[in-house]
Design a protein around this ligand. Structure first.
Ligand code: ACO
Length: 446
């Protein structure tokens, strides 16, 4: 045993081994043992590097494609217990926030760590409200998109383009600058989303109305036509606010990992957010809500659900809106969303696709294939039905995810920047390609 492990065999006076927060690893290639500290149930991957077969050996690494079991950061923002179906923002259960909070208050909580007092909330809402307008030039290049451009593509490019308007955003280590860009990003996301939507319809843009709530203003910019003053329906406004609360953060998911990774190069937050939106766009992540609706339309009727499930089990397709890397239990957000769905349907009429969705869920929750793999409905399973009933086209569904996730992304980006342990993200690889070989001139290649 080498010097690092001199205490590995320590015993209490009665001969029983000492309980220590360490892990002893024996390398059977060399017979050497190493003792590495365990903190918060985790060992540091760098502690493995000392494990070598000889001094010239690079040292041991851990291999974890897709980060299945690797913590890449310490975070104090969002807590998930996937087995128990628990989700908390800064310690507050998602169920309580969905019932009692608003999206803007929740965004403040995520970013500042505490719920705001009355004055803080008023100031916060004022600042967000006063950063909702976009430069007129942005409207011009939105005009350049084709009429059937996907709004997520428009969002990615337009948010990235904001960096060309706000040069102060490069000053990422200034708290004042970060605050300003936070107001801008949370304020402008709904405006850009609504303008992208109106562009696809060929309708004139509707400017923000600061008298309205955050979700109310979004509905105004999306749907106002000839009214002199748009008044959102309170049920739909609250439903959207709850959906925004539920989507605000979800710890180290694909897009959050992207904003942390891209942001670790110290690029401005608009470029980093654009990258996160791109990650969210994918059908395995935030694009799933759109895919769920396409799937329900493809199934077409309740009678055809068993056949579709058969195809899923044969590996021909996926049951979109089911399964989650972290939740191996009912996604707590899906439970709340199901309740919101019924409130919206009561007002707007039942979505005819609901019966198909419920049948998919019923069969899946009983079927061994899904039970064995712990596949439950995730956040995206019912959101599409709600959005459709509210009048949104399918392509807008992932956009309605990206708008509220912005606060979570920025909170995570900021936490990463201020964490002294974080550096530029740079994973290792296991190289299994060709060894060194001589260049072959083109005439000699077969
Ligand atoms: N339908 C059918 N089978 C599934 C599904 C599904 N939706 N999800 C997972 N499985 C199966 C896999 O084929 C695999 O089976 P196997 O063990 O026989 O190979 C097993 O369940 C484990 O799945 P993985 O793909 O290893 O799980 P992973 O954690 O990598 O993926 C993911 C999670 C991407 C969410 C996956 O469940 C999926 O593709 N779901 C559908 C898309 C979706 O709804 N995405 C939204 C997620 S929530 C969000 O991002 C906001």
């Amino acid at each position: 045993m080498d010097s690092l492990t001199s205490t590995a065999n320590a015993k209490k006076t009665d001969g029983t081994p000492l309980s220590r927060e360490t892990l002893t690893i024996t390398d059977n290639r060399t017979g050497k043992s190493y003792e590495v500290p365990i903190t918060h149930g985790t060992i540091r991957a760098m502690d493995l590097r000392q494990i070598k077969t000889d001094p010239s050996d690079f040292g041991m690494m851990s291999y974890d494609p897709a980060f299945n079991n690797t913590a890449a950061c310490i975070s104090r923002i969002t807590y998930i217990d996937g087995d128990k179906g628990i989700l908390r923002y800064r310690g507050y259960p998602i169920e309580e926030l969905a019932e009692k909070s608003t999206y803007l208050e929740t965004a403040f909580l995520l970013l500042h760590g505490e719920l705001p007092n009355e004055k803080q909330l008023k100031d916060w809402a004022w600042h967000i409200g006063h950063h909702t307008f976009i430069h007129e030039s942005i409207k011009k290049f939105l005009d350049g998109f084709h009429y059937d451009a996907h709004p997520m593509g428009m969002m990615i490019s337009t948010i990235a383009a904001l960096s060309t308007f706000y040069h102060d955003a490069k000053d990422i280590l200034s708290e004042e600058s970060r605050q300003k860009q936070t107001y801008r990003l949370i304020g402008k996301m709904p405006t850009i989303a609504a303008f992208a939507y109106r562009h696809t319809l060929g309708m004139p843009f509707v400017y923000p109305d600061n008298e309205l709530s955050y979700p109310g203003n979004l509905l105004n910019m999306l749907f106002r036509t000839t009214e002199t003053r748009y008044r959102p329906n309170p049920t739909l406004e609250r439903a959207l606010d709850i959906l925004f609360i539920l989507h605000a953060d979800h710890e180290q998911n694909c897009s959050t990992n992207v904003i942390r990774g891209v942001g670790s190069s110290h690029v401005d937050p608009y470029s980093a957010t654009a990258a996160a939106i791109a990650a969210l766009y994918g059908p395995l992540h935030g694009g799933a809500n759109e895919e769920v609706l396409r799937m329900l339309l493809e199934i077409g009727s309740v009678q055809k659900v068993p056949d579709f499930i058969k195809r899923v089990k044969a590996g021909e397709t996926k049951l979109m809106g089911f399964g989650h890397r972290v939740y191996k239990n009912y996604d707590p957000r899906a439970r709340i969303i199901k309740r919101v769905a019924y409130e919206v349907f009561e007002l707007m009429g039942k979505n005819p696709l609901l019966e198909i969705a419920l049948e998919c869920e019923r069969i899946a929750l009983e079927d061994e294939y899904f039970v064995k793999r712990k596949l439950y409905p995730n956040v995206d399973f019912y959101t599409g039905l709600i959005y459709q009933s509210m009048g949104f086209p399918m392509t807008m569904f992932p956009v309605l995810f990206a708008i509220p996730r912005t606060s979570g992304w920025i909170a995570q980006w900021q936490e990463m920047l201020l964490d002294p342990e974080q550096k530029i993200a740079r994973p290792r690889q296991i190289y299994l390609g060709s060894g060194a070989r001589d260049y072959v001139p083109i005439e000699k290649r077969s």
